[in-house]
Design a protein around this ligand. Structure first.
Ligand code: PEP
Ligand code: CO
Length: 441
């Protein structure tokens, strides 16, 4: 039996939990879970409630969510340089959106806990050898050896500690002067500064500088410009881990938790777990979702119809978004449950390049975003935000963008542990496009 400090509803344990690792040593797992339950919370209840309020503003059409980061964080990536590059990217995108679309941006990192992945196949075969698939650094190692691929419960503890390190860096960077809007130029560094998106950003940063100078000349120097409110999020996949970090009614592993497309079965353990916690939660919505199914999910996850509690993250694919999204949005609007509609233009647009690399086409990513904005404009509903996979580095994982990465370039810097991410200039390009679409919506 595992001992945890949970006092929330434990009904999820009676349900089937999809996508859980086959831990080889259940005693060791119980020991780790017991230890996690004694460790300090990573986030606090009051912060989670504040995020719920921020998302409530999104449901009213008064703010916009920017959620993003790696598909899968790695333990090796929890370095000051790695976290800073991702934060710089997020801050640059947020500035482009805030200034370009004149809307408050709720910033949520896909960071400080995104260490577990659902997989479509339980095993991977290479050269006739079959091994368990990689399920994220919280479970096993990416290297294709039997040793690395064997799930190790000790990795849950490392996931906790890497989350703490990352969160500490984020808190220091965002409140210690680095995220001060007066630093808007210094976030535009290295390779991105030389890209077309970086040059466009530099002009925008110049405009912001002049606006700040004007405000200072008028005697206004508000404290809001000196720090940034940043929240953490990840997929709530490994329920033993999430449960062990739940204190009272809050899952303190992150501010915002989402349930993935593969684990959102209405009668499954993940939805039962998400119901039991008081954090703001999200659920990923794929193209096979029916309006009735969606209404059952919204009723299960937001029975009190609390604004800000529930975010619907649609990932329908560029080819299907215009066909599938209208009936989903109309059904929820008619039902009256307040939700934030967020577009994930990544996960419905993944394909395999001839060279074998899993990739995404930047134009298709933009096309799904345009479809999302078009549908919401037609229905008179609010396009509430975007959810993207990016990194701060100059990787070559998605094709297209202003540097025009071709399929034949993918091998140059293909570093993701899971899905292909936008690099920093692609992420900035995307932010400019989204700001324009939002302005017109
Ligand atoms: C993800 O966000 O990395 C993911 C697996 O998404 P989805 O559940 O939408 O497939
Ligand atoms: Co992904």
């Amino acid at each position: 039996m595992t001992i945890t400090a949970s006092t929330h509803d434990l009904a999820w344990r009676e349900r089937r939990a999809a996508q859980q690792p086959d831990w080889p040593d259940s005693e060791r797992l119980a020991g780790v879970v017991g230890e996690l339950a004694t460790l300090p919370p990573l986030v606090f209840a009051g912060e989670c409630d504040q995020l719920t309020e921020r998302i409530a503003a999104v449901t009213r059409g008064e703010a916009f969510i920017l959620q993003g980061g790696d598909c899968a964080e790695t333990f090796a990536g929890a370095t000051a340089a790695g976290v800073r590059a991702k934060l710089q990217t997020l801050l640059q995108m947020a500035v482009v959106l805030t200034y370009g679309a004149s809307v408050p941006v709720v910033k949520i990192g896909r960071m400080a806990g995104q260490f577990a992945k659902p997989r479509s196949q339980p095993v991977e075969v290479q050269d006739g050898i079959t091994l368990p698939c990689y399920r994220g650094d919280a479970v096993n190692g990416l290297e294709f050896t039997a040793e690395a691929r064997t799930p190790d419960p000790g990795r849950l503890l490392r996931a906790y500690h890497c989350s703490a390190v990352t969160l500490n860096l984020c808190r220091a960077f965002t409140t210690g002067g680095y995220a001060d809007l007066h630093q808007v130029h210094t976030w535009n560094q290295d390779f991105v500064a030389d890209s077309p998106a970086g040059r466009r950003y530099e002009r925008l940063a110049g405009d912001i500088d002049r606006a700040l100078a004007f405000m200072r000349a008028c005697g206004a120097d508000p404290a809001e410009l000196r720090t940034v409110e940043l929240y953490s999020s990840h997929e709530a996949l490994l329920l033993d881990y999430e449960d062990a970090l739940t204190r009272g009614r809050y899952d303190t592993s992150a501010h915002f938790l989402w349930i993935g497309e593969r684990t959102r079965a209405l009668d499954g353990a993940h939805i039962a777990f998400a119901r039991s916690i008081a954090n703001p939660v999200g659920v990923k919505i794929g193209p096979s979702t029916t309006p009735d199914e969606l209404l059952e999910l919204t009723a299960a996850l937001n029975p009190a119809r609390q604004p800000g509690r529930l975010t619907l993250i649609t990932r329908l694919g560029a080819a299907r978004v215009r066909e599938v999204l209208p009936s989903l949005v109309s059904a929820v609007a008619a039902d009256g449950t307040p939700v934030a509609w967020v577009c994930d233009p990544m996960h419905g647009n993944t394909f395999e390049a001839p060279s074998g690399y899993k990739t995404r086409n930047f134009d298709e990513v933009l096309d799904e975003l345009h479809g999302f904005f078009d549908v919401h404009r037609d229905l008179g509903t609010h396009p509430g935000g975007i959810h993207i996979e990016f990194t701060g580095d100059n990787v070559t994982e998605c094709v297209g963008g202003s540097y025009e990465i071709a399929a034949a370039d993918l091998h140059q810097r293909y570093e993701t542990a899971c899905d292909p991410r936008l690099n920093r200039s692609q992420a900035l390009d995307l932010a400019f496009t989204v700001a324009e679409s939002y302005r017109k919506s």
